[in-house]
Design a protein around this ligand. Structure first.
Ligand code: FES
Length: 164
C-alpha cells in the first residue's frame, strides 16, 4: 500500500513540475496555474505557493492575495466532501445563516475549516448564481437548493455514508 501511495505522490510531483515548467516566467498564467495545482494536490500549501511565485516570476504576496481573494482557492487541506453555503443576499434572507450555524454546531467546525477526520470542510461563499433555488448549498460543486438546516444535515449525512 505504501508503495502505491509513494507512486501517486511521485506522479503528482511530476505533474506539478510539468505545469510549472510549461508556465515558467508567465505571470499572467497565475490563476490557471493555481487552479491546476490545487486540482492535483487538493489545496495550495505555503511551500508550493513560494515555488509557484519563483517559477512564474511573481511576488509571493501576489500569490497569497489571489488565493485569499478567490473562495475557490484554499491554502489549507480540504475535506473529502467540500460543503459551501451561499451567504449572498437571496440566500441570506431565506436563512442561510441558520444552516451555517447548524452545520458548524453539528460537525464542530467553523467556516473555512475541515473536520479532524478530514471528511468534511465548510466554506461560506458569495452568490452562486442560483438565487431562484435559495438557500443554496454545494457539496463538491453539486448544488442543492431550497434547503433548511435539517435538509442540509440530511444531505451531508448521505454524502458521509457514500449514498450520494
Ligand atoms: S444569493 Fe445564494 S445563489 Fe444567489
Amino acid at each position: 500500500m505504501a508503495i502505491v501511495k509513494e507512486k501517486v505522490q511521485q506522479e503528482t510531483i511530476e505533474q506539478i513540475e510539468k505545469v510549472l515548467t510549461k508556465h515558467k516566467g508567465d505571470s499572467e498564467a497565475l490563476i490557471e496555474v493555481l487552479h491546476q495545482i490545487q486540482q492535483l494536490v487538493g489545496y495550495l500549501p505555503h511551500d508550493l505557493q513560494k515555488k509557484i511565485a519563483d517559477q512564474l516570476e511573481v511576488a509571493p504576496g501576489e500569490v497569497a492575495s489571489v488565493i485569499s481573494f478567490y473562495a475557490h482557492f484554499s491554502d489549507q487541506p480540504r475535506g473529502k466532501f467540500q460543503v459551501a453555503l451561499c451567504k449572498g443576499t437571496a440566500c441570506y434572507v431565506k436563512g442561510s445563516v441558520d444552516i451555517i450555524n447548524k452545520i458548524e454546531q453539528k460537525y464542530d467546525i467553523k467556516a473555512g475549516e475541515t473536520t479532524e477526520d478530514g471528511l468534511l470542510s465548510l466554506d461560506v461563499v458569495r452568490c452562486l448564481g442560483a438565487c431562484g433555488l435559495s438557500p443554496v448549498m454545494t457539496v463538491n460543486g453539486k448544488a442543492h437548493g431550497m434547503i433548511n438546516p435539517e435538509k442540509a444535515i440530511n444531505i451531508i449525512e448521505k454524502y458521509l455514508r457514500n449514498e450520494m
